[in-house]
Ligand binder design. Structure first.
Ligand SMILES: Cc1ncc(COP(=O)(O)O)c(C=O)c1O
Length: 495
């Protein structure tokens, strides 16, 4: 099938420019090992997209191990070096909410990072990975009593107190387990940042943390507890942030309060959170990590000097900037439909996944990019919208990008920068089984998390019997498939 649609399309968003070559892999968008081979195929970690799709099926999350570990190492070394320059240390926690599996947890620890968790489930994954609990930071605005108890029992390194009521809860749990628990206090600096802009307000209307003015009173309460040790303030100003300004404003506000806290006891640390932006499309220009680290070190140094206080140890907790660019999702094109929109044509290209494997576009209008993965084409670029297969009109994977006009059913599509907050936000909408995650490195691929089979989907439905149900509906041999982990089975049965 061939569509002769005008290349320059009025439906294209302002930020999207017509590419000279709709096969080109935009700079900074793809995992560092990505190339196209002589046949025009996308190769990630030395494995072709078609080989990955043939072995594991689609949709498929692919994580480039070299890229993820390289970014973790780059981030840690950049922050360590820049903060050493101003006479202090920097610790990096990988924000597991972006993507967590036991193997990824082990990669992060091997690269010298700690891990930030925010539920008992994430704690369980980190422990199953063999991560030393002392390397874990435990977040959450509503940690359950059971979660707090478990975290203090196993010896989680730090707990981030998110509301006044947690002071008593964490203190009691730590005392019960005979521990002195190190804690941070999460505060709202009043700085909200998104991409290039930030907004600074006095108060925040949100569920996380406590207002900055309450910090002295709450820190006093923490210090009054024998089973707690106060480490310092914590703040996370948002996600997908470019530039240093938002972090700098927030750090300055935090250090003003931090300085006051020093009169009543030690404040060894300051945690400035995560949120470093990445490139999802050609319009995104992330701040180079070294520049960010240098800018933050400069502001922390200047603020401490101005206040005449020692520079505290600094901690960060990025997730997206480490794992986001390392991930690519592969899909197969099923249907293609040109839709007339006020005289212009939008080409809807529907794939075999969607908001179940990437909820971000539906959740908050996130933009992505797309390329054909198993071939290149000389056809002129045409504006496409990549849609999912779910029963929601907002089920969009890529709102707008250009693909060669001969894009066709059966083509493999690759969506880059899907390593963060895609698998971790995945769901079973429409009883779509969650896609597997594979890691690629040096020409080999292996499953990090297997995909879900039909048997998995039926496993928790108490009305399913093995054999025939009363009204004659046969459930087949679902029980057999539950724990096989067979990717062939997933591919054949499910997708
Ligand atoms: C407290 C906290 N720290 C770190 C992060 C990680 O943010 P990012 O993945 O954007 O770096 C988040 C994200 O929501 C967060 O809430």
């Amino acid at each position: 099938m061939r569509f002769s649609l005008v290349a320059t399309n009025p439906l294209a968003p302002d930020w999207l420019s017509l590419p000279g070559d709709a096969n080109a892999l935009g700079e900074g968008l793809w995992p560092s090992t990505t190339t196209r081979n002589a046949d025009g195929e996308l190769v990630i970690g030395g494995v072709t997209a078609s080989a990955l799709a043939a072995e594991f099926g689609t949709p498929l999350y692919v994580i480039d191990e070299t890229d993820a570990r390289g970014r973790a190492a780059e981030l840690r070394t950049a922050f360590e070096a820049e903060f050493a320059r101003i006479g202090t240390s920097a610790r990096v926690y990988y924000a597991g909410k972006a993507f967590l599996s036991t193997e990824v947890a082990r990669w992060m620890v091997a690269e010298g990072l700690n891990i930030d968790i925010c539920t008992g489930g994430e704690l369980a994954v980190a422990l199953a990975a063999g991560v030393d609990p002392a390397r874990l930071g435990f977040h959450g605005n509503n940690k359950s009593l059971a979660e707090i108890d478990e975290a203090t029992r196993v010896g989680v390194g730090t707990i981030i107190i998110d509301s006044p009521i947690e002071i008593d809860r964490v203190a009691a749990a730590a005392a019960r387990h005979g521990r002195v628990q190190a804690v941070r206090l999460r505060v709202n600096s009043g700085v909200h940042a998104h991409t290039h802009e930030f907004l600074a307000t006095a108060h925040e209307d949100q569920k996380f943390g406590v207002v900055l003015e309450d910090a002295p009173r709450l820190v006093a309460a923490i210090r009054a507890e024998e089973s707690l040790r106060f480490l310092g303030l914590h703040c996370h100003i948002g996600s997908q942030i470019f530039g240093v300004d938002g972090f700098a404003e927030s750090a300055a506000r935090l250090l003003a309060v931090h300085a006051g806290l020093l009169s009543d006891g030690p404040v060894p640390e300051l945690n400035l959170g995560g949120g470093f932006g990445i490139a999802y499309t050609s319009a995104d220009t992330p701040t180079p990590i070294r520049e960010l680290a240098a800018g933050l070190a400069d502001i922390v140094s200047a603020e401490c000097r101005r206040r005449g206080i020692p520079v505290p140890a600094i901690a960060f907790e990025p997730g997206r900037a480490i794992i986001g660019p390392a991930g690519v999702t592969l899909y197969e094109v099923g249907t293609i439909k040109p839709v007339d929109v006020g005289g212009a044509t939008r080409l809807y290209v529907s794939v075999d996944g969607g908001m179940s494997d990437n909820a971000r576009p539906a959740l908050y209008g996130a933009d992505y990019s797309v390329r054909i993965a198993d071939r290149v084409s000389r056809a002129a670029p045409v504006l496409v919208r990549v849609a999912g297969k779910h029963c929601e009109s907002g089920d969009i994977v890529v709102d707008a990008d250009y693909l060669p006009a001969d894009v066709a059913p059966g083509d493999l599509l690759a969506v880059p920068a899907t390593g963060a907050y895609c698998w971790s936000l995945s769901n079973n909408y429409n009883f779509q089984g969650r896609a597997p995650v594979v890691a690629v490195r040096d020409g080999a691929a292996r499953v990090l998390v297997r995909g879900e089979s039909i048997a998995d989907l039926l496993a928790r439905d108490t009305g399913v019997s093995t054999g025939s149900t009363a009204d004659g509906v046969s459930t087949g041999s679902t029980a057999d498939g539950v724990s096989t982990g067979s990717t062939t089975e997933q591919k054949d049965i499910l997708r």
